[in-house]
Design a protein around this ligand. Structure first.
Ligand code: ZN
Length: 417
């Protein structure tokens, strides 16, 4: 009789023994076929199949695109004066800079109120995978729920009551909206601190053959690695979202959503929920007017009919709703301000003939800048675009971008770095 820890099988890949009696019992009970490989080899095979599937998918996507793929050495940049480079975060990452938002998360540490806020109060599955975008999804419900809990906990009576404590009353509101404070005050500080630590960990220069010293550059990164790695003079670079060496100005950060659209989407998705109806069935089987603060703050049509419980609660909910909506307004990326500030710069790009995009995600939030470049260009229909790509998701974004910018397909060439 085999011991419980004896191996019954040999892996066909590595020859190691595996499969114990316990495992065999499990497989038999589930009616599963006996495995041929040990667990590590099964995982390895699975990962290999996954990679192969991804490679095939990528080739399919690429061959279906109407854009010609070229080698980076084929980018014709004889005339630096008519060449514009657009540099995104992929540029820093290809130089070994740990500048993804996952790196930002790791720099914050596990037990941190900013991290807690981002991971619990932003209604996105993976807030770090789509960081700036997520800032448009602060959770109204959680915040108003907190307000209600604290008003209850402090047992806040009406203002003319002898037991009324203004301190408790305002503390409840402060606690409920503390996430806003963290996102508007703490986040920019932490973010700048992290950005200031970034450095390239690789000495290679993957785009050495295409970088031209006297061309012009719009750098979406906050870092100066174009200067320090390639020697591009500072005066040829526009740090469009800020330069980390410039301590006087804020780094530009934020989502690119129309906040009214985001609100409408949320409103439509929630208005039919049971908890946001005017009357709710109570435990004693009687109907009562809804006093859920989210209902009162957002879904109630006639506020004189609402079950506010007290004037103080009415004021607290109104104040909190106001602060939440202010947050939404302020968390948007100030793209139009940046454009106004750099109007003469965009005008000065009128004679550009070639645009090389390196490591830029071409997210919608940055479309207005590209539109500005095209708008002022004297021969925009002839503009040649050379765009670097990295993944199938990147290829999809390029396709969307080209169509949105109305760029003729034959003017777009793709290259890998
Ligand atoms: Zn094996």
């Amino acid at each position: 009789m085999a011991e419980k820890t004896d191996f019954l099988l040999k892996c066909i890949d590595c020859g190691a023994g595996f499969f114990t009696v316990g495992e065999q019992d499990f497989y038999l009970s589930k009616g599963l076929e006996t495995p041929k490989r040990c667990k590590p080899c099964r995982d390895k095979k699975k990962a290999g199949l996954k990679r192969e599937k991804e490679r095939v998918e990528l080739e399919e996507v690429l061959s279906a695109l109407p854009f010609m793929p070229i080698e980076k050495a084929e980018i014709p940049l004889n005339d630096s004066a008519t060449s514009l480079f657009i540099i995104g975060n992929g540029f820093d990452i290809m130089h070994g800079v740990k500048s993804s938002y996952y790196n930002f998360r790791d720099s914050i540490g596990r037990k941190n109120i900013l991290r807690f806020t981002l991971e619990n109060y932003i209604r996105q599955e993976d807030v770090w995978g789509n960081f700036e975008d997520g800032l448009a999804y602060l959770d109204r419900e959680m915040m108003l729920g907190t307000l209600d809990d604290w008003l209850d906990d402090f047992d806040v009576p009406d203002e003319d009551d002898d037991d009324f404590s203004a301190a408790d009353y305002f503390a409840a509101q402060d606690i409920a909206t503390s996430q806003i404070y963290i996102l508007t005050q703490e986040l920019p500080k932490r973010f700048r601190k992290w950005i200031s630590t970034l450095k390239p960990l690789s000495l290679s220069k993957p785009v050495d053959n295409i970088i031209k010293m006297d061309a012009r550059y719009i750098n979406f990164n906050y870092t100066e690695f174009l200067e320090t790695i390639y020697g591009v003079p500072q005066e040829n670079i526009l740090y469009i979202h800020g330069d980390r060496r410039d301590k006087k100005n804020q780094l530009v950060l934020g989502h690119g959503h129309d906040i009214e659209e985001v609100f409408e989407e949320w409103y439509q998705a929630n208005k039919n929920r049971k908890e946001f109806q005017p009357r709710l069935l109570e435990k004693d089987r009687r109907y009562d007017h809804n006093d859920n603060p989210v209902y009162l703050g957002y879904f109630l049509k006639d506020e004189t009919k609402g079950n506010w419980k007290s004037q103080m609660r009415y004021d607290a909910i109104n104040n909190t709703v106001g602060l939440i909506e202010d947050y939404y307004e302020n968390s948007a990326k100030k793209t139009s301000e940046v454009i106004i500030k750099n109007k003469s710069y965009f005008k000065s790009l009128e004679g550009i003939k070639n645009i090389v995009v390196i490591g830029h995600s071409l997210s919608k939030v940055d479309y207005p800048y590209f539109k500005e470049i095209i708008k002022y260009n004297t021969s925009s229909a002839d503009l040649k675009w050379f765009i670097s790509w990295y993944s199938s998701d990147g290829l999809r974004k390029i396709t969307e971008f080209v169509s949105e910018m109305k760029i003729p397909n034959e003017n777009v060439k793709l290259f890998r770095v």
